[in-house]
Design a protein around this ligand. Structure first.
Ligand code: MSP
Length: 630
């Protein structure tokens, strides 16, 4: 029987543009989907956008758009981003799709007809950020623990889903299927929640409050609660209720989410499915959070990391590799650009890149650019061959346990073993001795074969890099994991391509440091003529403010006879308040430069202090604003 694999990502809210958190989940889903495909499974991969509810309606209003125009715009940002990250989703669902609305209404009707939805009054604390009611006991100092905001007190008549009815069933289901929610810490978290009596779920919003939603099939004065609508996407997107695709893939459905939305996925969703007569999904895979500078990403602190910025700066595959390698699935991880650069230089440029380039150059030099025919293996080869043949089993074992970083460590152990094999076998020495030609060919063959195995194992993680490696080894057929279970799959005679280095080394410099260097890099010597080209004037600082994302760079509004904006790295030396009103010296005819997104029309003069930092050049007596320095 053929094996099947169905993976979903959360459908992302369209109230913000995609960031590294969305990219991580979607890349993991992509790596999983590619991996299972190569392992011989039929796969289906679904992602999309979540477009109804208060949160999106509020964001649209803030942006001065209609909800439809707004959701069209932001949904497209997600849809267009994924191909750039080589995401191979099979479907992209929007909850505003007509088909989805139809499915939601049909499920609501079914659950209503079965008597599991009733009308009642509700009073509680509603967090718009979470789109859910909180019990008073769940609030911390009266605030939502996730958003640190005071929830709205709401009292209204609404429809309720009898979730409480399914509490015992759900506890049993989780206990009988120990990997239903994984890793274990999240299973325990769900069970801990289920130790308290489960309340019924409010699944409607009166249209007097919110119209941006799916109208209930049994009461047109209400729209559907956004989570009840959103979770159903996993059915709609697969082709519920009748399609072959749905019948094939639903029984093996696995959801991938972060810990923030464990409750709707681990509690609401299984009980909804049960009530609708649909079998439960197979696994809920829960990962931790990427934090920035050890804390939650925040728009106001300017720490939102955009995936395309990193891709453009460092390349896609290094970015994908870093995300998969530096997070232990289930735990939080700290994102750092410095960490990414380290991975590029050590794992990618040094270990993998060097292995490929030295191997190809030797083969090109000693074997006319073709894969040599190997002679008989000798004892020195057996360790490498054994590890190579077992590699994919090792990688698969960790992978299926969601330990993606361990899969990569296994590949890197093998890469390093191959590097050591080269050092031990000294092909350059063998090449000097015609009598050892046979051995030279065997050694070079083994190195190239090891590279083929590495490339195939890396295809799901770094698709472009791995394909490039295969091309250089003269392989153009599609590869599967079965092709690397036995040594010797690489064909002798294949044409090799030496190519450029796969991963040029990169140097890391904090953006801020780079900007500061630009600000302070003044040429050491100039002639008098050159000096006279400079127009230096007395300026008065009118206003000063810090540039977002920086604790050094400031934006200054100055008066030099006319108003201008300049940017200066004085934030560690002066507070904005201290600067307003100061008279300083500014080079005003410097070509404008953009620093951290702000155009600077001039440069102020400052001197280093004896300890650390800078002091502004200022004037003893009164100086006239706009006066030339001479
Ligand atoms: N619309 C709901 C999901 C409905 S699914 C039926 C939603 N959307 S969201 O845009 O807020 O996305 C949340 C998800 O984005 C997380 O579960 C996770 O997959 C991803 N991440 C958002 N921030 C993240 C980090 N900082 N780190 C890792 N993943 C994060 O919730």
């Amino acid at each position: 029987m053929e094996n099947f694999f169905y993976i979903t990502t959360p459908i992302y809210y369209v109230n913000a543009s995609p960031h590294i958190g969305h990219a991580y989940t979607t890349i993991v889903a992509d790596v999983m989907s590619r991996f299972y495909r190569m392992a011989g499974y039929g796969t289906f991969f679904l992602t999309g956008t979540d477009e109804h509810g208060d949160k999106v309606a509020e964001a649209a209003e803030k942006a001065g758009d209609t909800p439809q125009a707004y959701t069209d715009r932001i949904s497209a940002q997600f849809r267009d981003l994924w191909p750039k990250l080589r995401i191979t989703n099979d479907n992209f669902i929007r909850t505003t799709d007509e088909n989805h609305k139809k499915v939601v209404r049909s499920i609501l009707q079914k659950v209503y007809d079965a008597g599991d939805i009733y009308f009642g009054e509700y009073e509680g604390f509603y967090c718009v950020g979470c789109e859910r009611f909180y019990r008073e006991s769940e609030l911390v100092d009266g605030k939502c623990p996730d958003h640190q905001t005071v929830p709205e007190h709401r009292k209204e008549s609404n429809y309720f889903f009898k979730m409480s009815k399914y509490q015992d069933w759900l506890i049993r289901h989780i206990q009988e299927n120990p990997d239903y929610i994984r890793p274990e810490r999240y299973k325990n978290e769900a069970l801990a929640f289920l130790r308290e009596p489960l309340e019924d779920l409010c699944i409607s919003r009166p249209k007097t409050r919110l119209t941006w939603g799916i109208t209930l099939p049994f009461d047109e004065n209400y729209v559907t609660y956004v989570w009840f609508d959103a979770l159903i996407n996993y059915l709609t997107g697969a082709g519920y209720p009748d399609s072959e695709n749905y019948k094939t893939f639903w029984p093996v459905a696995q959801h991938l989410i972060a810990k923030d939305i464990l409750k709707p996925h681990g509690i609401y969703w299984p009980t909804m499915l049960k009530a609708a007569g649909v079998e439960p999904y197979r696994h809920l895979n829960v990962h931790g959070y990427w934090n920035i500078e050890e804390s939650k990403m925040s728009k106001s602190r300017g720490t939102v990391v955009k995936p395309l910025d990193l891709k453009d700066k460092y390349g896609l595959d290094p970015f994908r590799y870093y995300l998969m390698r530096d997070m232990v699935f289930g735990l939080d991880s700290n994102f750092s650009e410095e960490g990414l650069v380290q991975r590029i230089n050590s794992d990618l440029a040094n270990d993998l890149g060097n292995l490929l380039s030295r191997s190809l150059s030797m083969a090109v030099k000693y074997c006319d650019g073709r894969v040599p025919a190997p002679g008989d293996a000798d004892a020195a080869d057996s360790g490498l061959i054994e590890k190579g043949e077992g590699l994919i089993d090792e990688v698969e074992e960790s992978f299926k346990a969601l330990q993606f970083h361990k899969s990569l460590i296994s590949v890197w152990d093998f890469i390093n073993m191959t590097n050591k094999y080269i050092v031990g076998q000294e092909p350059w020495g063998l090449a000097k001795d015609a009598a050892r030609r046979d051995r030279l060919q065997t050694v070079l063959y083994n190195i190239l074969e090891a590279l083929r195995i590495v490339a195939v194992a890396l295809l799901p993680f770094m698709p472009d890099t791995a394909s490039e490696m295969l091309t250089r080894l003269g392989i153009d057929e599609e590869q599967s994991f079965d092709d690397i279970r036995t040594w010797g799959g690489l064909k002798a005679g294949n044409t090799l391509i030496r190519g450029e280095s796969l991963f040029p080394r990169v140097t890391f410099e904090k953006e801020e440091e780079a900007e500061e260097r630009r600000l302070t890099d003044v040429k050491p010597e100039v002639s008098l003529d050159d000096f006279e080209k400079l127009d230096i004037r007395v300026a008065e600082i009118l206003e000063a403010e810090m540039v977002p994302k920086s604790n050094k760079i400031m934006k200054l509004k100055i008066d030099v006879g006319e108003e201008r904006t300049i940017v200066a790295g004085m934030g560690k030396d002066y507070t904005p308040g201290e600067l307003a009103g100061k008279k300083i010296a500014v080079i005003v005819n410097l070509k404008p430069v953009k620093i951290m997104g702000v155009e600077s029309h001039g440069m102020l003069l400052a001197a280093e202090k004896p300890d650390k930092g800078y002091t502004l050049v200022s004037f003893d007596g009164d100086a006239k604003v706009g006066a030339k320095l001479q």
